[in-house]
Design a binder for this molecule. Structure first.
Ligand code: PEP
Length: 254
């Protein structure tokens, strides 16, 4: 099974002006290359301006988050349907949304279905915290985090087409923004767990689902993950804010 190689830059709450977002998007498009699918996830407010900059390029656009609800009285939220005019897909369940915005597995599952129903690609982020890693509980945590999303998928994905737009990002929380990436070996083990759970608990062909690694990926460290069995790309935070560094990561996966 040949899966696509995908590298997505999650800009988080950066940069702070539309002009700076335009400059960064322009530089990413210049460096992007042709082999790997490249995407950026700008802050929601800057999505339209970045979409305009990237209109004629091969760089995809992602949202960082989305509402779990379809529409209505949900002040401050953005519906998946609204995103469809601008983006290819969105992250759901990023550890920072879980930590700072209270996303739990049930809400993440609802977001996943909203995104897939809207026809967008969903990048479901999962990963263990440091105390869970230390306790050797990575497998259990990944299985638990997949539980509600897989249940929701089994209820909603009647013809099996939704999973064609389903991507998983394995992001150990202890590696995000810490400068301390996981090893390729650990990431590979996580992909095996994830694909086994997809098959056993979700009836989904795990080999068909791209799995990205995220957590302190840099241009110099990316090759370890590019070579790691089962890893199909990267979700990049800090290093995606420097176009050249990000391009180095893209090249590692080419
Ligand atoms: C992320 O936020 O998804 C991430 C992986 O961040 P960083 O690359 O900075 O660790």
């Amino acid at each position: 099974m040949t899966r696509p190689r995908i590298v997505i830059g999650n800009w988080k709450m950066n940069p702070l002006t539309p002009a700076a977002a335009t400059t960064l998007a322009t530089a990413v498009a210049r460096e992007a290359g042709r082999v790997v699918r490249v995407g950026v996830a700008p802050p929601a407010l800057f999505i339209p301006v970045v979409a305009e900059v990237l209109r004629e390029t091969r760089v995809g656009i992602y949202a960082q988050d989305v509402s779990a609800e379809e529409k209505g009285a949900f002040t401050g939220q953005i519906a998946a349907t609204m995103l469809t005019s601008y983006v290819n897909g969105t992250l759901v369940g990023h550890s920072e949304a879980r930590r700072y915005l209270g996303d739990d597995d049930e809400r993440v599952a609802k977001k996943l279905i909203q995104v897939l129903r809207a026809g967008l690609e969903a990048v479901l982020c999962i990963g263990e915290r440091e105390d869970e890693f230390d306790a050797g509980a990575t497998e259990d945590v990944l299985a638990a985090q997949l539980g509600a999303p897989l249940h929701a998928l089994s209820e909603s994905d009647r013809d099996g087409r939704m999973t064609e737009r389903f991507v998983i990002a394995y992001e150990p929380v202890w590696a995000i923004g810490t400068g301390r990436p996981a090893t390729g070996e650990h990431a590979t083990a996580a992909t095996k767990t994830i694909r086994r759970v997809l098959e056993e608990d979700g009836g989904i062909d795990g080999d068909a689902i791209p799995i990205l690694y995220g957590g302190s990926v840099t241009a110099s460290g990316a090759i370890e993950f590019a070579k790691a069995e089962g890893i199909d790309g990267a979700l990049v935070g800090g290093a995606s804010l420097k176009a050249e560094e990000f391009a180095g990561i893209v090249r590692a996966f080419a």
